[in-house]
Design a protein around this ligand. Structure first.
Ligand code: SF4
Length: 396
């Protein structure tokens, strides 16, 4: 949302637009806006939030009818645009929104033809684009956040991933294309954030932080060093977080050299590593393209470099046997003894992923007991119970 509002507030054609980003959308807010002019309500929809958003849209439609225009974007919109239209949206934006969203707003203000904008889908659309068929947005032309309205979030330094893990929607959403925000651009925006908004710290967002600057399949230590050296030198910016939550790193990208570089710059003492399973057979089934040994190697390198590895694990993956699940949980206990922590997930069949039609993960009683014990000892975090419920909802 911060990046999209940033794209709108820096568009010279939209300077008269009054933008609000309320945490809750009450009728009063809409009535107040309607008293001042036309109103568009825009939602960024994730699959796990879709039902809640549809309920709100029904409420808005019942109260305000066609007086308001409803625009949907985000991951779920890009995967199921027709579903959003069927649930009351007027316009859906498929794929990256930094260019198409402002274009749509301009078109609405000027009575243009929204159907002519690449990525915009309406009830009249006959062809529904897939994100990979649309032009790639140049991140350097878009602000990472909305400084004028002080709507800020992590700086997305990399978008896209060339891997195809079967539980993940990112390959569908980005078509395997990887693009980065340049160091110059990141520095420019962070300097402004420090001066204009008193920023003291920042988080970099990436599906695989150690892929920064390359094509996504290998580590480029020089580029990572350049990014960290320049950003940590910004006067007034006290802390830069890189490779920690909400980002992650793939295990085979972790090397002594790159962690040595990171250590001298970053504020985080944790490194988020995606391992997912203790079984090479399961890793192969989910198309991870790394082994358990790669994961263990990364964890040891991280510990040696002084980072606390936070290791992501997924239980209940399609094809995983109960013995393999128990072995994965057993590994979490071993990791805890080594000094690492784990972040446990239950498999959810996410729309857009290869596994979207697979049954959701279900924990057996023994797994639940063992995970509960790790959680009580503060060695594991995660929301496996709500993910089990959410997995069932996604299927239904
Ligand atoms: S899980 Fe990570 S590495 Fe795998 S496809 Fe998704 S973003 Fe890429």
């Amino acid at each position: 949302m911060a990046a999209l509002v940033g794209a709108v507030e820096t568009d010279s054609r939209l300077q008269d637009l009054n933008i609000e980003a309320p945490l809750n959308l009450g009728n009063e807010t809409v009535l107040d806006a309607l008293s001042r002019g036309g109103v568009a309500i825009a939602y960024s929809v994730m699959s796990t939030q879709a039902q809640r958003v549809y309920e709100e849209v029904r409420r808005v439609r019942q109260r305000f009818g066609s007086d308001v225009c409803l625009i949907g974007g985000g991951a779920h919109a890009s995967i199921r645009p027709r579903e959003l239209l069927d649930n009351g949206f007027d316009y859906v934006i498929v794929g990256e929104g930094e260019e198409s969203f402002p274009e749509l707003l301009v078109s609405l203000l000027e009575n243009g033809d929204p159907n002519s904008i690449a990525g915009v889908v309406t009830r009249e659309s006959t062809d529904i684009p897939r994100p990979k068929d649309l032009p790639v947005v140049d991140l350097d032309r878009c602000p990472p956040f909305a400084l004028k309205r002080n709507l800020v979030g992590p700086v997305e330094v990399t978008r896209g991933c060339p891997f195809s893990c079967k539980f993940c929607s990112t390959p569908f959403l980005t078509g395997g294309r990887v693009h980065h925000r340049s160091v110059d651009n990141i520095v420019t925006w962070l300097e402004r954030a420090v001066t204009e908004r008193g920023f003291e710290r920042t988080w970099f967002l990436s599906p695989n932080a150690l892929s920064y600057g390359g094509r996504g399949r290998d580590v480029n230590p020089g580029k990572i060093e350049g990014l960290l050296r320049r950003t940590t030198a910004i006067e007034g910016l006290k802390e830069v977080f890189f490779g920690s939550f909400p980002s992650e790193v793939r295990p085979e990208f972790v090397t002594d050299e790159v962690l040595e570089i990171m250590r001298s710059y970053v504020a985080n003492r944790t490194l988020q590593i995606g391992l997912q399973s203790s079984s090479n057979r399961v890793l192969k089934l989910i198309n991870r393209h790394h082994t358990v040994e790669d994961g263990m190697n990364a964890i040891r390198i991280a510990l040696d470099a002084g980072f606390i590895p936070h290791v992501d694990m997924i239980f209940g993956l399609p094809g995983e046997t109960i013995e393999e699940r128990h072995a994965s949980i057993e590994l979490c206990y071993t990791l805890a003894e080594m000094g690492a922590k784990t972040h446990g997930h239950v498999f959810m069949p996410l729309p857009g992923s290869e596994f979207e039609h697979m049954p959701p993960g279900r924990l057996d009683d023994e797994s639940r007991r063992l995970l509960g014990e790790l959680s009580r000892r503060k060695l594991m975090t995660g929301s496996w119970s709500s993910q089990e419920a959410m997995g069932e909802k996604l299927v239904s």
